[in-house]
Write a protein that binds this ligand. Structure first.
Ligand code: ADP
Length: 324
């Protein structure tokens, strides 16, 4: 809803029953005032959200500098930041506790949202990362969407339609397991649309992400970077272990032949779609324990920077008594 339609006041129900926040600045323009936290005074209008919160990447993660050609091959997929594996496992548990506590505040504040985007080559570890990092988070405050081959209904719309529909609402953490980037990755590598179409999508993706960040959603985009040798090991493990057979898709062996084309497509997406408000973070991901720890820390640190606050208590609540 645009500001010119924003006739509701905080606490009022809209026609569709959704409680909406008011623009208390009353300027008719999106607010650029620093977000002070708390729903009561500063809840944003949809188009007048708080300024985007910078993503806080953990040490060991490589942030793609906006506006520069990114050399993906130069990133060491086996880096472990010099950390000790046992230490990192304990540290991961602590980061999870931070995420759980901050998520409760984000949910209670119900003003902004966080979107975690995960992209990787097949076997890159998206599922395992999501399971590990978000363990213990209140499921009511979190939605995970795994994007597959588009349905015919989805193909009948613009390519962003299905992704926009799954972005997190206020107070929510949204997780994209694969994302709108597939439309410049697999679609490009397999030649599913003409080049002119996928070429125009980088700019469209940047515009889409700008809409989200300017509407109060913080985006953290993780590229899980594994080596070709590590992918071979993981595919072999899926073939060798009966309990992993369900994860094995023979199509992955075919896709592996396009390894170089995927690396090129990833590098171009990282280069062209890393922006100051929605930068790409490249995670060395051969070591799962390192990957999980640095991602959890990044999520916790970014949530902390967002500084979500519980809403102000209604006046006089402490004096209230509950009738028998
Ligand atoms: P995952 O590998 O993520 O665990 P699947 O094995 O079901 O899940 O694979 C999902 C498939 O959907 C992948 O091959 C991926 O390339 C494909 N896919 C996702 N988005 C698109 C898209 N926009 N266009 C074409 N294919 C897509």
């Amino acid at each position: 809803m645009s500001k010119k339609h924003g006739k509701h006041h905080r606490g009022q129900k809209r026609d569709d029953g959704v409680t909406e926040s008011a623009d208390l600045h009353g300027s008719g323009r999106p607010s650029t005032a620093r977000w002070a936290g708390g729903v009561a005074e500063t809840a944003p209008d949809v188009l007048g959200g708080p300024p985007p919160i910078p993503v806080r990447a953990a040490p060991g993660i490589v942030t793609v500098a906006p506006g520069t050609r990114f050399d993906l091959a130069a990133v060491d997929t086996g880096a472990d930041g010099g950390l000790d594996k046992a230490w990192a496992k304990d540290a991961l548990a602590k980061e999870r506790e931070r995420i759980i506590a901050l998520q409760e505040r984000l949910y209670a504040e119900r003003a902004r949202s966080l979107l975690l985007v995960f992209q990787a080559i097949d076997t890159g570890g998206k599922d395992g990362t999501i399971r590990s990092v978000l363990k213990g988070v209140n499921p009511q405050g979190c939605t995970v969407t795994s994007f597959k081959v588009p349905s015919s209904d989805e193909r009948d719309h613009d390519f962003l339609w299905r992704y926009h529909a799954r972005t997190p609402g206020r107070g929510m953490i949204g997780v994209f397991n694969r994302s709108h980037y597939e439309d410049v990755l697999v679609v490009r590598v397999k030649g599913l649309v003409p080049e002119a179409v996928w070429q125009s999508r980088y700019g469209q993706i940047n515009d889409f992400e700008r809409l989200l960040t300017e509407s109060g959603t913080t985006l953290i985009k993780f590229f899980l970077h594994i080596s070709k040798a590590e992918q071979k090991k993981r595919l072999e493990a899926r073939i060798a272990d009966p309990e992993k057979h369900w994860k094995f898709d023979p199509a992955d062996l075919v896709e592996r032949k396009s390894w170089d084309a995927y690396q090129q497509a990833f590098a171009d997406a990282l280069t062209r779609c890393s922006t100051p408000d929605a930068p790409w973070l490249v995670v060395p991901a051969d070591h799962k324990w390192f990957r999980n720890y640095v991602i959890a820390r990044t999520v916790a640190d970014t949530l902390e920077a967002m500084d979500p606050r519980f809403p102000e208590a209604p006046k006089g609540i402490a004096e209230l008594t509950v009738p028998d």
